[in-house]
Design a protein around this ligand. Structure first.
Ligand SMILES: Cc1cc2nc3c(=O)[nH]c(=O)nc-3n(C[C@H](O)[C@H](O)[C@H](O)COP(=O)(O)O)c2cc1C
Length: 312
C-alpha cells in the first residue's frame, strides 16, 4: 500500500484530501457517509464570533457544470462550535482545521482567541476571500495590503498555523499569495468561489436574492488549476489546491501542478462519500504507477520547450 501522507511542515496529513469549508457542514454531519478518520483533514464551515443567519433566500442556483451560492456565511458562532461540535469532532483521527471569518480584522482575532484552549484544532484557514459578504464581492483577499494586514494581525495573536484562503477574483493571484507569505502565513489555499450571477428571463430579475454569488464546481477547475500552478511557482510555503475536484484524477492534476494537498467542495453535494472515494482512487493510482509515496508526484509537471516559430 502506498504512503499517501503529506507533510505541510507545520502539519502532517495522513492523505492529501481535505473537505472544503462550507460544503461539509461541521464534519459530523458527514459521519454517516464517510469514516472521518480516513480523511486527511476536515475544514469546517466558516466561523464568525457570533451566530449568523447568512443572506436571504434564494441563495443557491445550479449552472452549467457549477453551483452559484450566496449563503453569506451562515453559522453557529464560536461558543456553540466549541461546546457542541468539537467534543464530537475530536473523537476522529484526522486534522481539524477551522475556517475563520470576520466582519473586521478584530473579529478574526476574537475567533482564534476564543478557541485558543482547544488543543484539537490543528490549524486555522483564514477566509479572507468570501465574495458573499458585501454585495459587490469586496473582501480583504482582493488587495495585497489588506491581505498582509489581516494575516499579520492574526498570526501575532495565535500560536497555531495559519492557512490563508485566497480569492480567484483578482488579476494576479501570485501577488496576493506573496503578501500572505510575507505576513507570516504558514500556507495558502486557493481558490474560493468566482463572483458570478444568473438571471431569470421570465421575471428579468436576478436568481439570487443577493444578485451576485460565488461559482464553484467543475466549471471552475481549469482556471483554479492554472492559479494554483502560478502560486506554487511563486511562493515557498505549501499550497493547497481547491476548485472543481470531482475525482482522483482532478486531485492528481492539482498535486502535479504543485499543490501539497487539496480540498473537495461542491462534489460533496452530489456524492456525500466522494472524499473517501477520491482517497481510494489515489491509492489505486499509486499502486498502478508503482509510486511508493504520493509526495513523489507533487510539482512534477513536465513542461516541454515552447516552439514559437510559426506559432499562430
Ligand atoms: C455552499 C458553499 C458554501 C461555502 N462556504 C464557505 C465558507 O464558509 N468558507 C470558505 O472559506 N469557503 C466556503 N466555500 C468555498 C469552498 O470552500 C471552495 O473554496 C469552493 O467551493 C471551490 O471549491 P469546489 O469547486 O470544490 O466547490 C463555500 C462553497 C459553497 C459551494
Amino acid at each position: 500500500m502506498a504512503d499517501l501522507s503529506v507533510d505541510l511542515g507545520f502539519l502532517k496529513l495522513k492523505n492529501p484530501i481535505l473537505s472544503a469549508s462550507g460544503t461539509f457542514g461541521y464534519g459530523v454531519e458527514f459521519s454517516p457517509f464517510v469514516d472521518l478518520s480516513k480523511l486527511g483533514g476536515i475544514i469546517v464551515k466558516g466561523l464568525y464570533f457570533s451566530a449568523r443567519e447568512g443572506n436571504p433566500p434564494p441563495r443557491l442556483v445550479e449552472t452549467a457544470s457549477g453551483l452559484l451560492n450566496s449563503i453569506g456565511l451562515q453559522g453557529i458562532g464560536v461558543k456553540r462550535f466549541s461546546e457542541e461540535i468539537l467534543p464530537q469532532l475530536k473523537k476522529y483521527q484526522t486534522a481539524i482545521i477551522v475556517n475563520v471569518c470576520g466582519e473586521s480584522e478584530e473579529e478574526y482575532v476574537s475567533v482564534v482567541d476564543f478557541l485558543k484552549k482547544e488543543e484539537c484544532i490543528s490549524a486555522y484557514e483564514l477566509n479572507i476571500s468570501c465574495p458573499n459578504i458585501k454585495r459587490d464581492g469586496q473582501c480583504p483577499a482582493l488587495h495585497p495590503d489588506s491581505t498582509f494586514s489581516i494575516v499579520n494581525l492574526v498570526k501575532k495573536n495565535t500560536s497555531k498555523p495559519i492557512i490563508t484562503k485566497l480569492s480567484p477574483n483578482v488579476t494576479d493571484v501570485a501577488e496576493i499569495a506573496l503578501s500572505a507569505q510575507e505576513a507570516g502565513s504558514d500556507a495558502v489555499s486557493l481558490v474560493n468561489t468566482f463572483l458570478g450571477m444568473a438571471i431569470d428571463v421570465e421575471t428579468k430579475s436576478p436568481e439570487l436574492a443577493n444578485i451576485f454569488g460565488g461559482l464553484s464546481g467543475p466549471a471552475i477547475k481549469p482556471i483554479a488549476l492554472r492559479m494554483v500552478y502560478q502560486v506554487a511557482n511563486a511562493v515557498n510555503i505549501p499550497v493547497i489546491g481547491i476548485g472543481g475536484i470531482m475525482s482522483g484524477k482532478d486531485a492528481l492534476e492539482y498535486l502535479i501542478a504543485g499543490a501539497k494537498a487539496v480540498e473537495v467542495g461542491t462534489a460533496n453535494f452530489i456524492d456525500p462519500e466522494i472524499t473517501l472515494k477520491i482517497v481510494r482512487e489515489l491509492e489505486n493510482y499509486c499502486q498502478r504507477e508503482e509510486i511508493h509515496k504520493i509526495e513523489e508526484i507533487i510539482g512534477t509537471l513536465k513542461i516541454g520547450t515552447l516552439k514559437l516559430d510559426n506559432a499562430g
